[in-house]
Design a protein around this ligand. Structure first.
Ligand code: ATP
Ligand code: MG
Length: 764
């Protein structure tokens, strides 16, 4: 009797159905973005349950994030039309491995209540070992060792099976330290993150009976985003599926974006070799995006040499072209996107109205979020940051702000506690307790208690000297903060440098460190819009207080990495500038491979959009108070013209920010700083949509840099970002003495000044 297929199968195309119904043996679904891989994978689970092939606890389903696992459970429940109890083995590699390791901890010499060390603990432990080995940890920081060991664990190398070629790492000392570290962890009944997988792989390799038990137990293995698995994860999967070979992996080589964390796109390409006879299913129909969006994305990814290559098509209506817009600077870009989101809520340019939940901003670097968060908080636009803390909640930002707080109000004991030993000043718990006691006994704030303790010789050794230096610095910064001659932006840089805080992250060799340094730069940049440190701190405390209710609809802000697998009707892709995206660091470190991974990120970004995808770049970004001119991203050049619409920046035509001034300043920038001389911009111009028609003004570089300085003269009218207009009284190297119209006579640093004639053109 031919029964009607289950309704969930009717929603699928023929290829997807094949992937769902081929229950026995290995299946690989290798297909581009939005072709319904995750949908097919989820349906496969429903089918396994629905046909009684497996019970919920017999399915091992690995997703990339916990969020994805939750969503998958919900989708299964919806399709099954009942709550799926259990599914205990649906989760990330790490969450699943924790469970497995708790069951078999004794096999690797641990107790089942082992602790999982966080990065701080891990570093402390490594540092002890490094010191005990008599290694100069300034030259060979413990963080570097941590990162080496982490890389080894990603490749499933234990200290016993480390390849000989690795022996020279860390001055030849890393292999021995690795072994000691593992011994120490075992003594502490602890594991680090990488161990979770490595221990389980080790158990499977050494204990056939345990492996056999799980091979029987997990009747079906399913893996989403397979292109981003690393070697350890790959081995783990191969072992588990080695018996019945009922493994279904889905992925897209064009979306492999975790090479920098040890992911091996080769895993997906090798699947057929590892599992001979595998059913390889290719999906080509895209159900997510409009043709313009798809073709724009394909155009970009074609720039990569090493790819399998696949064509996507869609039945969706043409829809909007990918929109491209250039802005004067990053703040302007944030402002425009804020306004565009508001108009899209109402329905604009003939498009339907969109809810805030339907819109997302995807950035390359997390420091880019700051401009959007500030802007959105100012205009009261609800937003959420996905996959990480909000900008002002990040560790390094809170540390830096604690320094600023302490300078502005020395009695801020919480801030004092936070930074007194960050970076390390040899003030351990004992020393800090002494400071606390002294302060409490004498009813003093901590900084005074600390001074009293030092005066009373209650603290000796290295810590005492460092503490005195810290307190002296603090006093000096306070004096500078009170002085009208000192620019608060410079002071902030000084504080971060002299305290050793910036250096702490410069010496840090973890993958997060460069991002943290960028965030610190971004923080300093944010200061420029305020009168002084205090004004800025007030701003932050106010906006942080402004968190909107959770139930409300919100715009999502996240990194491109965090956006993997997700989709939104409307996507904004800001900051497409060479160096930012593609990231300079990625290209410096990994050359052409790095560039190709960046290009895959661009592909991931564009293909998150269902209906409207907007790419933008800024001509200038301010870094540490310096204007830097930016070149539009090379990926912009790779966008196929037919699928792109160039939007006019508001300043160019009748926008609200001084149309004519903006136009001429853009031209100035174009002529001098080359911003719009890139092929991308020239092509945009050639498309003839918005070539400004004004006469080019006599050229003058508006990019405020060292060269601009030399052009100032005594008697010239100038504009300062903080004090407004004034006249130059005297020049003295970098310093200018200026009689300001409103703020009186001050000495200021030249890089915050432009000629008054040009000032009107800058959208401060
Ligand atoms: P990515 O590579 O970005 O992870 P994907 O291949 O996993 O994408 P899905 O997220 O599964 O794609 O699907 C993309 C969109 O297409 C989803 O909204 C999904 O519901 C829809 N979709 C998938 N298959 C079909 C189908 N056969 N009919 C209608 N819609 C579908
Ligand atoms: Mg997916």
């Amino acid at each position: 009797m031919a029964a009607r297929p289950a309704p969930y199968l009717e929603e699928l195309n023929a290829q997807q159905r094949k992937a769902v119904e081929t229950l026995d043996g290995p299946v690989l679904m290798l297909a581009g973005a939005g072709t319904g891989k995750t949908k097919a994978l989820t349906t496969r689970i429903v089918h396994l349950l629905g046909t009684g092939r497996a019970q919920p606890n017999e399915i091992l389903a690995v997703t990339f994030t916990n969020k994805a696992a939750r969503e998958m459970k919900e989708r299964v429940a919806r399709m099954m039309k009942r709550d799926v109890e259990g599914m205990p083995w649906m989760g990330t590699f790490h969450s699943i491995c924790v469970k497995l390791l708790r069951r078999h901890a004794e096999l690797v010499g641990l107790k089942s209540n082992f602790t999982i060390l966080d990065t701080d603990d891990q570093l402390r432990l490594l540092k002890q070992l490094v010191q005990a080995a008599g290694i100069d940890d300034k030259r060979w920081p413990a963080r570097m060792l941590a990162s080496i060991i982490d890389g080894w664990k990603n490749r499933a190398w234990t200290s016993e099976n480390l390849p000989a070629a690795e022996a020279s790492a860390y001055d030849g000392k890393a292999p021995a330290l690795y072994a000691q570290y593992q011994t120490r962890l075992r003594e502490l009944n602890a594991v680090d993150f990488g161990d979770l997988l490595l221990h389980v792989v080790g158990i499977f390799q050494k204990h056939d009976d345990v492996l056999a038990q799980y091979q029987r137990w997990f009747k079906y293995v399913l893996v989403d985003e397979y292109q981003d698995t690393n070697v350890a994860q790959y081995l783990w999967l191969r072992l588990l599926a080695g018996g019945h070979r009922n493994i279904c992996c889905v992925g897209d080589d064009d979306q492999s974006i975790y090479g920098w964390r040890g992911a091996e796109v080769g895993n997906i390409l090798r699947f057929e070799k590892d599992f001979p006879g595998a059913e390889v299913i290719r999906l080509e129909q895209n159900y997510r995006s409009t043709p313009h969006i798809l073709k724009a994305a394909s155009g970009v990814i074609q720039g990569n040499e090493s790819r399998l290559g696949k064509e996507l098509w869609t039945e969706a209506e043409e829809g909007e072209k990918v929109r491209l817009i250039g802005h004067w600077d990053g703040e302007e870009e944030a402002r425009w996107i804020g306004e565009e989101i508001e108009s899209m809520q109402r329905g604009t340019r003939g498009m339907r109205p969109y809810g805030l939940d339907e819109m997302a901003i995807l950035v390359r670097a997390s420091h880019q979020m700051r401009a959007f968060e500030d802007r959105f908080l100012t205009i009261g636009m609800p937003y959420r940051v996905i996959g990480g803390p909000r900008f002002y909640e990040r560790l390094e930002i809170r540390d830096a702000m604690a320094y600023f707080r302490l300078v502005v109000s020395p009695e801020d004991d919480l801030a004092f506690e936070r930074v007194v030993n960050t970076p390390k000043r040899g003030l351990g718990d004992k020393a800090q307790q002494k400071i606390q006691r002294m302060a409490r006994d004498n009813f003093l704030p901590l900084h005074e208690g600390a001074q009293m303790l030092l005066d009373a010789k209650g603290l000796t050794g290295k810590g005492a000297g460092e503490l005195q230096r810290f307190l002296d610095n603090l006093q000096r910064w306070q004096r500078l903060d009170a002085s009208p001659d000192v620019n608060h932006v410079e002071l902030a840089e000084m504080i971060l440098d002299e305290s050793g805080y910036t250096e702490m992250w410069q010496n840090d060799k973890t993958p997060e460190a460069p991002g943290r340094l960028e965030n610190l730069k971004e923080l300093v940049k944010a200061l420029e819009q305020f009168e002084n440190l205090q004004g800025f701190l007030e701003h932050v405390s106010l906006i942080m207080d402004n968190e909107s209710e959770d139930a409300e609809q919100k715009v999502s802000i996240m990194t491109l990495h965090a956006a993997k697998g997700l989709e939104f009707p409307v996507v904004f892709l800001p900051g497409w500038e060479d160096g930012l995206f593609p990231s300079q660091r990625s290209m410096d470190e990994s050359g052409i491979k790095g560039l190709e991974e960046e290009r895959r990120l661009a592909y991931v970004g564009i293909t998150r959009a269902e209906e409207v995808s907007t790419i933008s770049f800024a001509g200038n970004r301010r870094v540490y108070g310096q204007w830097q001119s930016q070149m539009p991203s090379r990926f912009i050049d790779e966008l196929p013209e037919d699928h792109v619409e160039v939007l006019t920046p508001p300043g160019l035509y009748g926008g609200g920010y001084g149309a004519s001034g903006m136009r001429s300043s853009l031209e100035d920038t174009a002529s001098e700083a080359n911003v719009y001389n890139s092929p991308g911009w020239r092509r945009m111009q050639a498309r003839g949509r918005q070539r400004p028609t004004s006469q080019p003004r006599e050229s003058r570089n508006l990019v405020i840099d060292a060269e601009a300085v030399s052009t100032f003269a005594v008697g010239e009218r100038v504009f300062h970002t903080k004090f407004g207009y004034g006249e130059i009284l005297a020049l003295e190297g970098e310093k200018l003495e200026i009689a300001f119209d409103k703020a009186g006579t001050k000495k200021v640093v030249s890089r915050f000044i432009v000629s008054a004639a040009d000032a009107d053109n800058i959208p401060f």
